[in-house]
Design a protein around this ligand. Structure first.
Ligand code: FES
Length: 140
């Protein structure tokens, strides 16, 4: 077991961050006889997991949801990390595709300046027929 100061130093985060993670349910501590927070050494791996997930761009809510898939507050082991990081890769791929689509839509705005709520591709991303001009485009 590590006292909170030592745990924070080894984890590379502040004591306030540890308190915050505990309030969010991301981290758990034990209490000493003097009511001091004590952390299991293996919880350092949990901090590494949280920081890696944040580095990839996940919110604390998403990280908490991922940690909740582990049994009984377990610290992610090698297999857990492999499984969760593979899921995150797919999520990253989806976000990258969405950003590329947004960039392509923004390309259409460069030099336009209309900011039309009815015509601008940023407000109407699925308006495929809008590229052909205004008004009805299809007979039904
Ligand atoms: S500003 Fe004209 S298409 Fe977006």
């Amino acid at each position: 077991m590590l006292a909170i100061g030592e745990f924070a130093r080894r984890a590379g985060v502040s004591v306030a961050t540890l308190h915050f993670y505990e309030r969010k349910g991301l981290l758990h501590s034990h209490r000493s006889g003097g009511n001091q927070r004590l952390y299991e050494r293996q919880s350092l791996r949990r901090i590494a997991f949280i920081r890696a997930a944040q580095q990839v761009g996940f919110t604390l809510t998403q990280i908490a949801a991922a940690l909740d898939t582990l049994p009984a507050q377990r610290t992610p082991n090698r297999q857990d990390w492999a499984r969760l990081s593979a899921q995150w890769r797919e999520d990253l791929d989806q976000r990258m595709r969405a950003l590329q689509q947004l960039r392509d839509q923004l390309d259409q705005c460069i030099g336009c300046g209309c900011l039309s709520l009815s015509k601008c591709s940023l407000f109407n991303p699925d308006d495929e027929l809008g590229n052909d001009g205004a008004g009805a485009r299809r007979w039904s």
